[in-house]
Design a protein around this ligand. Structure first.
Ligand code: PLP
Length: 458
């Protein structure tokens, strides 16, 4: 039984005030105002409650971020302690504070030893903005200022600020004033849709070699970096074929192009490794981090640099005219420390690798391999996608697949389940503390939603 947050206000009151003053993300605001948003008031573990007392299983960890689940008192206590001791100081000029120093110590104790430095931000978008400027500064210091084109992937997502939008490959975001010069894109490694007659292995190599062609087209002397998510998150939880990343790495090394992994979703245990590039077995020059860094309890992101890059910036670069008021914020750093220690000391990441991850993947395959709507199941650890299709042998997709997946998502909400629809895929990424019971609830409610969707299709 959950009481409303403010018993004098009804859900309608909240909705009306929200409609009067608030513009939401990625939504037709007029349509939302007519319908009224759900008003979430409480979370515990993997579950959320709305203002009407309805309970939801959150199969998306908020936005891929509440890796430790909701309701962690230790994270709240870490924030309170830091708020009382030193609520703010900045990283400009010549100061630091224990929270950010200790966060770096902890972070680099987890990361492979070829990474050495971080620049902290408030979000993933900002971290990618910092990436763009840092990469350009790096090449400038090395006497190659013309090396500034950043290559991303169509349908990749790197954030919503101007640079991160241009780096991302969401065409509809570019069309809304989100494109800049010196950004280019290659195709996504989406075998199910684009693989044609090729094996996954062959398609992985073909998709990677698009990068080589793009570098040659632009001239290697003009290309600063290739940036991508190890597995593509917002663009449909697309897992590249096994041949993909090794070939991408070979190409980047051959043409002296930096390889930058956006670990905003994949980082902090999602795949069962601390970072998703470790799962795929490649070695990026930079990592963009956010979300799971604090389990979403407080905003924080960062850009992690290899020793090689940091050495150039620090030893040869002089002043880097760059800074954010809240970079390395002490309260965010304190929460990040508590979060990372819990992920490590409670064995959460190893649990994803050895138990909950394999269990989710096994349950999904058992339940959905024969499902009439599901053509492919992809995933590892606690992240997965169900590709819908009209005809399995030919991998033919529904012409109105986005309507169908959206409907499935809506039915999910009715059944007390939060999963996400992207294009023709239903995607899920539950908190990393999911128990076997949570996983069974996630899979059975997803089946209910897909069964009801299939029935409606007739
Ligand atoms: N990079 C990736 C891969 C993301 O999925 C996101 C957000 O979903 C971002 C960057 C942007 O992060 P933020 O929303 O914290 O700015």
């Amino acid at each position: 039984m959950t009481l409303p947050q403010n018993p004098t206000r009804t859900t309608r009151d909240y909705q009306a005030l929200d409609a009067a003053h608030h513009i939401h993300a990625f939504v037709d605001q007029k349509a939302l105002n007519a319908e009224g948003p759900r008003v979430m008031v409480r979370g515990e573990g993997l579950h959320l409650w709305d203002n009407e007392g309805k309970r939801y299983l959150d199969g998306m960890s908020g936005l891929w971020c509440t890796n430790l689940g909701y309701g962690r008192k230790d994270l709240a206590a870490a924030a309170t302690r830091q708020l009382e001791r030193l609520p703010y100081y900045n990283m400009f000029f010549h100061t630091t504070h224990p929270a950010v120093v200790e966060l770096s110590e902890l972070l680099f104790s987890l990361l492979p030893s070829h990474y050495s430095h971080a620049i902290y931000t408030n979000s993933g978008s900002e971290a990618n903005e910092v990436l763009i400027r840092t990469v350009r500064r790096y090449w400038q210091i090395l006497g190659k200022p013309q090396k500034k084109v950043m290559i991303g992937r169509w349908n990749g997502y790197h954030g919503s600020t101007l640079g991160s939008t241009a780096l991302g490959g969401m065409g509809f975001m570019h069309e809304m004033g989100g494109m800049l010069p010196d950004f280019a894109h290659i195709g996504e490694p989406y075998w199910y849709v684009q693989g044609g007659e090729l094996t996954e292995e062959e398609f992985g190599l073909k998709a990677a070699r698009e990068l080589e062609a793009k570098i040659l087209e632009l001239g290697a002397d003009n290309v600063a970096a290739f940036v991508a998510e190890p597995f593509q998150g917002a663009g449909g939880m697309i897992f590249p074929p096994a041949s993909y990343w090794a070939e991408i790495q070979r190409i980047c090394r051959q043409y002296d192009v930096l390889l930058c992994a956006d670990e905003v979703i994949g980082g902090f245990g999602r795949t069962g490794e601390w970072f998703a590039h470790q799962h795929f077995g490649f070695q990026p020059d930079t990592l963009t981090i956010a979300k799971g860094l604090t389990s979403g309890y407080i905003p924080m992101g960062g850009l992690v640099l290899s020793k090689r890059m940091a050495e150039v910036l620090v030893e040869q670069g002089g002043v880097f005219a760059h800074g954010l008021t809240y970079s390395g914020h002490p309260v965010a750093a304190a929460v990040a420390i508590a979060n990372i220690k819990a992920l490590r000391d409670e064995g959460v990441v190893s649990q994803v690798k050895n138990d909950s991850g394999p269990y989710l993947q096994q349950c999904l395959r058992q339940v959905f391999e024969g499902h009439p709507l599901v053509g492919e199941i992809q995933g590892t650890g606690l992240v997965a996608a169900l590709q819908l299709c009209e005809d399995k042998p030919s991998r033919k997709r529904f012409a109105n697949e986005t309507d169908i997946t959206w409907r499935c998502r809506t039915i999910g909400f009715e059944e007390g389940l939060i999963i996400r629809a992207t294009g023709g895929r239903m995607i899920m990424a539950p908190a990393l503390v999911a128990t076997r019971g949570d996983i069974e609830e996630l899979v059975s409610k997803t089946k209910l939603a897909l069964d009801r969707t299939a029935q409606e299709l007739g």
